[in-house]
Design a protein around this ligand. Structure first.
Ligand code: FES
Length: 347
């Protein structure tokens, strides 16, 4: 029997969390079920990848887009479709903070309290919003409109302090502007983000992250993504450097490694598969053939799938061969042959 989504029983089944999920009215009571359409869309995601299990991350976003979090039911669906255990799916879902363990409000408000944002007031913003909303980190307001969370660096330090709503950026916030933003969200408004695409809601952005566009056609999608950018803070450092005539020191030139540095033969011979051997065997034959010295030949033969002593590979237990390891070229002139080391010549 499938445990009720979000019930303590269901939570225990998946191992997602040791605490029961929030069961307040307005959250679990309104959870829509995962339907055959959800399952069909999960299969569409799987079909995008050579290995179906690579689809797990977008599939988790998909179930979040329906139920607002990765429910036990969603974990079970992903596990069934991918042939994984629920524990394996749960291990992934609990690793990433973008996968929520409790039903999320209509909007997810993330306040960056990492170093730069914090220095510029991020914690003050979080504290003010928490006090106004009566919630703490990862908690949802009673009306189900907002979930508030601390966030680590949101990768927008040049616009600090930063708040995101459903992962859309609201840059250079302060306590007052963040309060206004949240009040507008609770009134059902969707203030334009500072840059990037228009605001949707948590389930909507989860659907986009699953790879399903919400826009009716390509033009609408492009227009949304190409929404105005704000680049001055990002480019300020570059402009200051240009004004002062400063430039970064040149990077040291990287020398391309020679084939010999990589332990490869000097010539690459592509296997054809025409000799009745496997391509790997043909490639190994080619490396042996291209080797210049006995030592190189023996080294190349080591990598051969099943050939052995005929390429100079030593039987285990066979003692060292005479002259082995001296790197003596195979194409020595007659006058050089047998000269040995300088010490031997002096004897
Ligand atoms: S520290 Fe806040 S975005 Fe980087």
């Amino acid at each position: 029997m499938t445990a009720l989504p979000g019930s303590p029983e269901g939570t225990a089944t998946t191992g997602l969390d040791s605490t029961p999920v929030d069961s307040r009215p307005g959250t679990l009571a309104e959870l829509p079920p995962l339907t055959e359409t959800t399952r069909e869309e999960a299969r569409q995601i799987m079909a995008r990848y050579p290995e179906p299990r690579s689809a797990l991350l977008p599939m988790l976003h998909l179930v979040q887009s329906v139920q607002g979090y990765v429910s036990p039911e969603g974990v079970a669906l992903c596990a069934e479709e991918l042939g994984l255990t629920k524990a394996e799916v749960g291990a992934v879902a609990t690793f990433y903070t973008m996968y929520k363990r409790r039903p999320t409000g209509r909007h997810l408000v993330s306040v960056c309290t990492n170093t730069l944002c914090n220095v510029l007031g991020g914690q003050r913003i979080f504290d003010a919003l928490a006090a106004d909303l009566g919630v703490g980190h990862d908690e949802t307001t009673d009306d189900g409109s907002l979930t508030l969370e601390h966030a680590e660096c949101l990768a927008a330090c040049d616009y600090a302090p930063v708040v995101t709503v459903d992962y859309e950026f609201y840059d250079q916030q302060d306590v007052d502007s963040a309060r206004e933003l949240v009040a507008a969200l609770r009134r059902g408004e969707k203030p334009d983000p500072t840059r990037g695409a228009p605001l949707t809601d948590f389930r909507g952005i989860s659907r986009q992250l699953a790879g399903f566009t919400q826009h009716p056609d390509r033009a609408a999608a492009r227009a949304a993504v190409d929404a105005p950018m704000q680049d001055e803070p990002t480019l300020r450092g570059v402009r200051l450097a240009a004004e002062r005539g400063e430039a970064a020191p040149p990077l040291p030139r990287r020398r391309e490694p020679e084939p010999a540095d990589r332990g490869e033969p000097r010539e690459t011979v592509r296997p054809t598969g025409r000799t009745g051997q496997t391509p790997e065997e043909e490639a190994a034959d080619a490396r042996v053939a291209a080797a210049d010295t006995p030592a190189e030949k023996a080294g190349a033969a080591e990598a051969h799938p099943d050939r052995g002593t005929e390429y100079g590979r030593r039987d285990p237990g066979e003692g060292p061969r005479r002259g082995e390891g001296t790197e003596t070229p195979a194409t020595k002139t007659p006058g050089q042959a047998g000269q040995g080391t300088s010490i031997e010549r002096e004897r």
